[in-house]
Design a protein around this ligand. Structure first.
Ligand SMILES: Cc1ncc(COP(=O)(O)O)c(C=O)c1O
Length: 467
């Protein structure tokens, strides 16, 4: 048995129980059956510890979410206090809790435009499902039952419930699953590194906007309900769109009476140096805005769909046939979760964590950018505390590695052995650390990545996979 922080863990027993009984999300069962999982048992600031007492820099904030860092006593005290007072009460129609009301006021104040109405859930997928259900309901109430289609983008990640999986444009992940047919249509991701060869960089934005325009014409604006977009595509490879892309796609939606959903599950709550990025970074006021992850820094499951005055005015009209807004969850507006959300925002504001991200963001990107000198790094991209390294087998031709090489996983495994957790996704490694990451943590992460990439190159050469 090993000791980590103040408790002892029987690693072997936990490993076995987990392997035998836990069905893990997004898992390759072959690898899992062989290796099982690391058991993380403690965390402090931007460090986490496993059951054997090993320390890691948490380069991914759990999963893009522990924005204020791990092990905050203030959050633990807030949870204990709210649990003693009232952990839970339903929020169906005639009931609410103080934290649900207070957090709704705060989120409304932080959100752009007229996004002053909050529907609570427990995560990002649920919040996206809610957005789509509300838009469909809204169009039904307006007497346009055919206006239901959704335009999403290749490589978008919007979650894993039935609807959110369909919104997600990472196509290999659709294989083997049934999705609602012909409801969601996809346009290209604004992926400059892999833009079509015949398109010049300065024309790429025009190309994307033309494509979106053609898609709207092809489907018929009278049939298209909404467009959904992450300000920066996250799990699809931290893809930053060209300048003007969001404002132009937003205007195109407006011109065609198509609602715009901004999925800020990753970008809100500081990752780009702003509490909400849609307007302050990208200049748009979406009709619906989806939040999760950093809203509670992952201390409790919480998600929110922000809804505009205009949409709320329609869905809240008195109705004859079904007077109820028939949508909701037991844990919508969960008192303890909302109390944590409020405390989390209070900490972020008091410690000016957005300021930290703004101050260190370009240093982080420039330092990580030095890794582009490696012969297997095709591009280092991203913004602020949302960064990514894309690996290539041939730098000049930008040829990707074969999937079987699992290049992201290989580099990730070297990083882990050296005490840094990065997220491997296909040919990428993503970095999305807690917003408390300081210069020292940045320098150490970059140094570990540099060593790990070098070690991977040596492995590939030894195995005859790369020369
Ligand atoms: C942009 C985006 N939207 C939605 C989701 C889904 O959120 P959840 O996993 O909380 O359901 C994620 C999760 O990573 C995400 O990155």
């Amino acid at each position: 048995m090993a000791t980590t922080m103040d408790q002892r863990y029987d690693t072997q027993r936990l490993w076995q129980l987990d392997r035998d009984h836990v069905v893990h999300p997004y898992t390759n069962f072959d690898r899992f059956a062989r290796d099982g999982s690391t058991i993380y048992v403690a965390g402090k600031n931007h460090f986490v510890y496993d059951s054997e007492g090993r320390e890691y820099l948490d380069g991914i904030a759990g999963l893009w979410c522990v924005n204020i860092g791990h092990g905050r006593d203030e959050i633990a005290d807030c949870m204990a206090d709210q649990a003693r007072r009232l952990a839970y009460y339903n929020t169906f129609e005639d009931a609410t809790s103080a934290p649900a009301a207070l957090l709704a006021g705060k989120l409304s104040a932080l959100s752009p435009g007229s996004l002053r109405h909050v529907f609570y859930g427990t995560g990002g997928s649920m919040a996206n499902d809610t957005a789509i259900k509300i838009i469909h309901y809204y169009n039904n109430l307006l007497g346009r039952p055919r206006k239901k289609l959704i335009i999403s983008r290749n490589l978008a990640y919007h979650g894993s419930t039935y609807m959110a999986h369909a919104l997600t444009g990472i196509r290999p992940g659709h294989v083997g699953f049934d999705l609602p047919e012909n409801l969601v249509h996809y346009v290209s991701a604004p992926y400059d590194f892999r833009r079509p060869a015949h398109i010049e960089g300065e024309n790429f934005c025009d190309y994307l906007i033309d494509e979106l325009h053609h898609k709207i014409v092809e489907l018929g604006p009278e049939n298209v309900a909404c467009f959904i977009a992450e300000p920066i595509l996250g799990a699809g490879g931290v893809i930053v769109p060209p300048e003007g892309y969001h404002t132009r796609s937003f205007e195109l939606c407006r011109a065609n009476d198509i609602l715009y959903i901004s999925d800020e599950v990753v970008t809100a709550f500081g990752r780009l140096g702003e509490m909400v990025a849609s307007e302050s970074v990208f200049g748009i006021q979406p009709d619906l805005l989806v939040m999760a992850k950093g809203i509670s820094s992952g201390y409790v499951p919480l998600g929110a769909t922000m809804i505009s005055d205009e949409i709320y005015a329609v869905i809240s009209q008195p109705k004859v046939e079904n007077p109820y807004f028939s949508h909701g969850f037991t844990y919508s507006g969960h008192a303890l979760a909302c109390a944590v959300g409020l405390k989390n925002i209070e900490i972020m504001e008091r410690e000016d964590l957005c300021g930290n991200v703004r101050r260190l963001g370009s240093y982080f990107k420039t330092s990580l950018g030095l890794l582009a000198e490696s012969p297997i790094v095709g591009e280092v991209r991203g913004s602020h505390y949302m960064l990514c390294i894309e690996y290539v087998a041939d730098k000049a031709a930008k040829t990707p590695f074969d999937d079987a090489v699992a290049i992201g996983k290989r580099v990730g495994a070297h990083c882990k052995r050296r005490g840094l957790i990065v997220r491997p996704i296909g040919s990428f490694n993503v970095l999305s650390p807690p917003l408390t990451y300081d210069r020292e943590a940045i320098d150490r992460s970059v140094a570990i990545l540099a060593e790990s990439i070098e070690a991977t190159v040596a492995d590939l050469a030894r195995e005859g996979i790369w020369h």
